[in-house]
Write a protein that binds this ligand. Structure first.
Ligand SMILES: Cc1cc2nc3c(=O)[nH]c(=O)nc-3n(C[C@H](O)[C@H](O)[C@H](O)COP(=O)(O)OP(=O)(O)OC[C@H]3O[C@@H](n4cnc5c(N)ncnc54)[C@H](O)[C@@H]3O)c2cc1C
Length: 310
């Protein structure tokens, strides 16, 4: 079967991997220059900074098994009940992809069903077809932005999902520097401060990722990453009197659709007539475990036909 997947985060790469193992022809389309989605990693020569998910927890037995296999393959390390990346969080996704099936830098804008086959079109008007089935794994506002005819009930469910945003400040220096000043750590402006260099045991390289509190983030209505940078550096100066920009290289990122505020109480959506599946962390999830479980469930219940027929 020929199957197209839109989105190469954990939901997309996990279902890609399952479908490939079952002998399908699969193409995966990703608008960014690499896979990972919200598990993305920035490369500074040989140094890595995870500016999306820094580490995560697993509770479901199936997800724990999946992660433990990634530990065996030196992609993750487990400390207590947390999993940390060994070579960048994006490896969790890229390790499951065959580059011949991976269409990076390809933003899909339109999906049309013609003669019972899916035809996909990117933003440059290039078409990709024919596919027997289509799987969409991108945040719901981005699904609703696609030029695709969706049944009313699916549209209504997708429309009900709301997302929160996260703004992050990324700091790095090629020396050992510490920003863990109590005034910054205890400030209600910042939700999380991750010592990224400690995670990778870097020597003579320090890097931190600071997450702005989500309520403050939505109030600010940032329109670009420069605004995020200026706001966060000013707030750090206000609470601590420290000008971090004097000691660190500074970058920023704005995750518009960072976390799901409310989720759909189903495992995935599937329309038999359209041969269309939708999965992601907006089904019972709001985290990596939710992405994994939704994509696995969609595969098991709608695509694992060989197994079901045995
Ligand atoms: C800052 C931050 C911290 C987080 N911390 C944690 C944590 O501690 N623990 C935890 O469990 N979870 C955490 N999460 C949440 C977790 O990262 C997500 O739940 C999970 O990664 C979602 O995976 P996904 O594959 O469903 O979606 P995504 O990772 O969003 O993947 C969707 C992909 O689709 C691509 N795409 C979108 N539109 C198109 C298009 N039109 N054409 C082609 N490609 C497209 C996107 O570029 C993206 O790569 C965090 C998220 C953020 C942002």
């Amino acid at each position: 079967m020929n199957i197209a997947i839109i989105g190469a985060g954990l939901s997309g790469t996990n279902i890609y991997n399952l479908l490939k193992e079952n002998g399908n022809n699969v193409q995966i389309f990703e608008k960014a220059r690499g896979s990972g989605g919200r598990c993305s990693t920035r490369y500074l020569n040989d140094k890595l900074i995870d500016h999306g998910t820094p580490f995560f927890e697993a509770y479901d037995e199936n997800f724990i098994n999946f992660c433990d296999k990634k530990v065996e393959k030196n992609i993750l390390v487990k400390k207590e009940n947390r999993y940390y990346p060994l070579k960048g969080m994006n490896k969790l996704c890229s390790s499951m992809l065959d580059k011949d099936d991976f269409n990076k830098n390809t933003k899909i804008v339109s999906c049309k069903k013609i003669d019972d086959r899916w035809h996909l079109y990117d933003e440059n008007g290039i078409s990709y077809y024919p596919f027997d089935k289509l799987i969409i794994t991108i945040p719901t506002p981005q699904i609703l932005d696609l030029d695709i005819e969706l049944p009313f009930n699916i549209k209504k469910k997708l429309d009900s999902i709301k997302y929160g945003s996260i703004a992050t400040l990324l700091l790095y220096a090629y020396t050992s520097k510490n920003i863990l000043n109590p005034k910054i750590l205890n400030s209600s402006y910042f939700k999380k401060i991750v010592n990224n260099s400690l995670k990778y045991n870097y020597e003579n390289f320090s890097s931190y990722v600071i997450h702005l509190d989500s309520t403050i983030c939505s109030e600010q209505n940032f329109s670009n990453t420069d605004e995020v940078k200026e706001f966060m550096l000013n707030k750090i100066y206000d609470v601590s009197g420290i000008k971090l920009e004097d000691n660190f290289h500074v970058m920023s990122h704005f995750w518009k659709y960072a976390n799901v505020v409310n989720s759909i109480d189903e495992d995935y959506l599937y329309d038999e007539e359209l041969s269309l599946g939708i999965c992601g962390d907006f089904f019972k999830g709001n985290n990596l475990e939710g992405s994994y479980l939704s994509s696995k469930s969609l595969y098991n219940k709608e695509f694992n036909l060989v197994f079901d027929n045995l």
